[in-house]
Design a protein around this ligand. Structure first.
Ligand code: NAD
Length: 417
């Protein structure tokens, strides 16, 4: 895959969508770069007595609509350009679903699998100490991302609360329920993916019942989306993970596939499948709906030309290259963009933060009902914009909605000299 600078891609997406708005050009320039980026080096003691240095970042892209919000990624490829781009996408994701947050993202450039649990804890606490002056329940609220989860969020919260001599569970979301996490958080991304799919099929007057589905990536987002799509009557015929795919013409028993993956570590070898498929064959399977739920840039222009689904709902962040996006637009394939389809995660993070501030827990039913309202409202606004603005695709419509909302918040507040 060619090297695509993610920060330049973000800026291009903003320029493309901004052309359809009447937002002032100077304000658009402001919406193309982060307000501030912390770039730092953590010095952390290793178990063997040595000391290691880790590059770490936190980018606060825009706070016009509320506190900065975004995850923390642990990955060897974490870079300033990636963190800046991801923080920008958070701004537009929060705006398109209309939750009162700006956008941020952070990361530490390392592979936690190469380190012991206590070393990962010390990296996390060193990182938390560095970002402490920037974060807070009303300032900037971190969350999990690639290779971080409840454990890291709990350490972050504990470090912050200890140093600040307070209890402030809303300083971070994605916590374990015992530390103030929300019901429904783990399923939220798959749930918004299912809701987005249901809405787009309704919009196209087809109904999701009986639609055939292929899901690329059977992790947190993909496996939950597959199960919930199955529950609303779709037929999940193909799924894959990093080791390959499986297919069953009459539909896979999704719960049984999940149990099989839990036991064996992969979907391959599932007894209820008719045949095995390559990863690429899952993406180009003869289905009504394709759900990419693995990694970014999974579908390039060549694969896009062979995609047979005429609807794609992006559970993953950035699963299409920009060229693939153009190919699919020209082929009239409807793509519900990531910033709406997978926004369930950040939306339920927002509900977690609201509950933390209320010091009151909602039931799972309330969380799911509120999530459904947020996603269906966002989808209605998306198609309204798609039809009124004569934009080429749903992604551009999503950015138009988001850019207008952020620009309006900026205009309403006025500029500070
Ligand atoms: P995960 O690690 O739980 O699952 C990823 C899955 O993709 C795994 O099953 C892995 O085997 C599979 N995979 C990797 N390479 C593949 C390939 N080449 N072909 C097929 N499958 C492959 O991760 P996740 O949390 O489910 O995240 C998946 C995507 O969803 C990411 O892009 C992430 O940024 C996005 N996302 C997740 C959340 C969330 O709350 N989990 C929220 C928003 C966006």
């Amino acid at each position: 895959m060619a090297d695509i600078n993610p920060f330049e891609s973000l800026q291009e997406q903003i320029d493309d969508a901004a052309a359809y708005t009447d937002v002032d050009g100077d304000v658009i320039e402001r919406l193309k770069r982060p307000e501030r980026v912390l770039s730092t080096t953590l010095s952390v003691d290793m178990d063997d007595g040595s000391m290691e240095q880790f590059r770490a970042y936190r980018s606060q892209f825009n706070g016009d609509r509320g506190p900065y919000k975004g995850g923390i990624r642990y990955h060897p490829h974490v870079s300033e350009a990636e963190v800046k781009a991801l923080s920008g996408w958070m701004v537009y994701k929060c705006a398109v679903v209309d939750i009162p947050y700006g956008g941020a993202k952070g990361g530490v450039a390392f592979d936690p699998r190469d380190y012991s649990d206590s070393e990962v804890e010390r990296v996390t606490r060193a990182y938390a100490t560095e970002i402490r002056p920037l974060i807070g329940a009303d300032r900037d609220i971190p969350a999990p991302d690639v290779n971080t989860g409840q454990r890291e969020m709990n350490w972050l919260k504990d470090t912050y609360e200890t140093l600040e001599r307070t209890t402030e569970p809303g300083v971070v979301t994605g916590k374990a329920p015992s530390s103030g996490g929300s019901a429904g958080r783990v399923e939220a991304t798959g749930r918004s993916t299912m809701l987005a799919a249901r809405e787009v099929f309704d919009y196209l007057d087809r109904g999701i019942e009986g639609a055939t589905v292929a899901v690329q990536g059977f992790g947190n987002a993909g496996s939950v989306a597959a199960r919930l799509l199955d529950e609303v009557g779709a037929s999940v015929v193909a799924v894959s993970d990093s080791q390959g795919g499986i297919y069953a013409a009459d539909g896979l028993d999704v719960a049984a596939v999940r149990d099989h993956k839990r036991e064996t570590g992969t979907v391959g070898g599932f007894a209820g499948a008719d045949e095995t498929l390559s990863n690429e064959a899952v993406l180009t399977a003869d289905v009504d709906l394709l759900v990419p739920a693995a990694l970014e840039n999974a579908i390039d222009a060549d694969i896009a030309r062979d995609v047979q689904a005429d609807v794609i709902v992006e559970a993953a962040n950035g699963p299409l290259t920009p060229d693939a996006d153009d190919v699919l637009t020209n082929r009239d394939v409807y793509v519900v963009p990531d910033i709406l389809a997978n926004a369930g995660g950040v939306t339920v993070s927002y509900f977690e933060w609201v509950q933390n501030r209320q010091r009151f827990s909602w039931t799972e039913k309330r969380v799911n009902d509120e999530l459904e309202r947020v996603i269906t409202d966002a989808f209605d606004r998306l198609v309204d914009t798609f039809e009124t603005y004569d934009v080429p695709n749903l992604r551009t419509a999503a950015y138009v909605v988001a850019i207008e909302r952020v620009a309006e918040a900026f205009d309403d507040s006025g500029n500070w000299p």
